[in-house]
Design a binder for this molecule. Structure first.
Ligand code: ZN
Length: 354
């Protein structure tokens, strides 16, 4: 067969997406069918934590032990050392199942990627879009390292389990989704200014998730499966947008750099999505976007809108805004356009204005 070659066309792309996505009431019971459907092998490493073992890990082990040789790895913290331990365990199994929140899923994501195994994501909370994405966040002494790994081969998100998690986690997940709105504006800005390639599909999908979350903020109620359903679907869509783009660009802009800067100078204060939500109010304001609408939605959801609400003083928040530009400088955002100390101070003050 003659292969047609178009002169000058040399584009190619590799998109990795999850294959089986189950979201809904009681779907945890279908985990064995998912494993069988994907033919992942006869032995599994379940990565979980003390708490999430009780919440869902025990059930997962029971469900899988009928047909698989099971091992358990308890990931209480995430660090390069704990990931190395998880990798050693992963080599003894054919695939991994992560049962827990962000740290546990990221541990399994990196360990499975480094050992060339697949992993299934079983989130016990909807606290950020890492449940469905290819990238993982690993804290190191020099700050958080964002690692590109691979997306889960399957996601089994049981809304009954997710709705039972503390509301603060879900509100943080909502804020992470709302931050997609400002991340896309940063991406478009860099596209116009620097010619950075942009994906119309990825940016549109990401923006829709943010708009939907703002529009439906009234429907976000604590410990309701309907809410868990809505938020989990949006987090999965956000992960898909990143898979299409091949990077976290559609869901991570200046607001994420602000969050990473806070991780560095105020470690342990606030959740990832909470910090991104506060950052989004600032970057949306700078873009001339509807920052009041985003702030109102965050309030309705029960997410913080000022640094003080997460135990961070304003002076530290100012430092974080200034530091944000130095984090991932290759990822251009509105915070990289010559922010001064005076402007950073007035931006933080603005957060408290009615
Ligand atoms: Zn995020």
């Amino acid at each position: 067969m003659k292969v047609l070659r178009n002169k000058g066309f040399d584009k190619s792309k590799w998109m990795q997406l999850p294959r089986d996505v189950l979201v809904g009431h009681g779907v945890l019971g279908q985990l064995p069918q998912v494993c069988a459907d994907l033919s992942l092998g006869d032995s599994v490493l379940v990565v979980t934590g003390q708490h999430t073992l009780r919440v869902a890990g025990d059930r997962v082990l029971k469900l899988l032990s009928r047909n698989y040789e099971t091992r358990t790895f308890l990931a209480e913290e995430i660090s390069p050392a704990s990931i190395a331990e998880a990798e050693a365990e992963a080599r003894e199994a054919r695939f991994l199942v992560a049962v827990g929140g962000g740290k546990i899923i990221d541990t399994a994501k990196v360990a499975s990627f480094n050992t060339e195994r697949q992993f299934i994501s079983v989130p016990t909370a909807a606290s950020h879009d890492g449940i469905a994405s290819a990238s993982a966040s690993v804290p190191t002494p020099g700050g958080n390292l964002s690692l590109q790994a691979h997306p889960p081969v399957a996601i089994v998100a049981d809304t009954g389990i997710i709705a039972s998690a503390p509301h603060r986690l879900l509100a943080s997940g909502c804020a992470d989704i709302i931050s997609n709105g400002s991340a896309v504006l940063d991406w478009e800005l860099s596209h116009r200014l620097n010619g950075e390639p942009i994906s119309e599909y990825a940016s549109t999908l990401s923006r829709i998730t943010a708009e939907g979350m703002i529009r439906n903020a009234d429907l976000v109620k604590p410990n309701r499966e309907e809410t868990a359903w809505m938020v989990t679907k949006a987090l999965v869509a956000s992960g898909v947008a990143m898979s299409i783009a091949g990077s976290s660009r559609p869901a991570s802009g200046g607001e994420h750099k602000f969050s990473h800067a806070l991780d560095r100078i105020a470690p342990g204060k606030g959740l990832h999505g909470e910090k991104c939500g506060i950052g989004t109010i600032i970057t949306l304001f700078l873009h001339g976007g509807d920052w009041r609408g985003a702030r109102e939605a965050l309030r309705k959801i029960g997410a913080p809108v000022t640094p003080q609400e997460i135990g961070i003083d304003d002076a530290t928040a100012v430092e974080a805004l200034l530091l944000a530009a130095t984090i991932r400088p290759e990822r251009f955002t509105i915070l990289d356009m010559g922010l001064t100390r005076e402007s950073a101070e007035s931006l933080i003050r603005m957060l408290y204005k009615e």
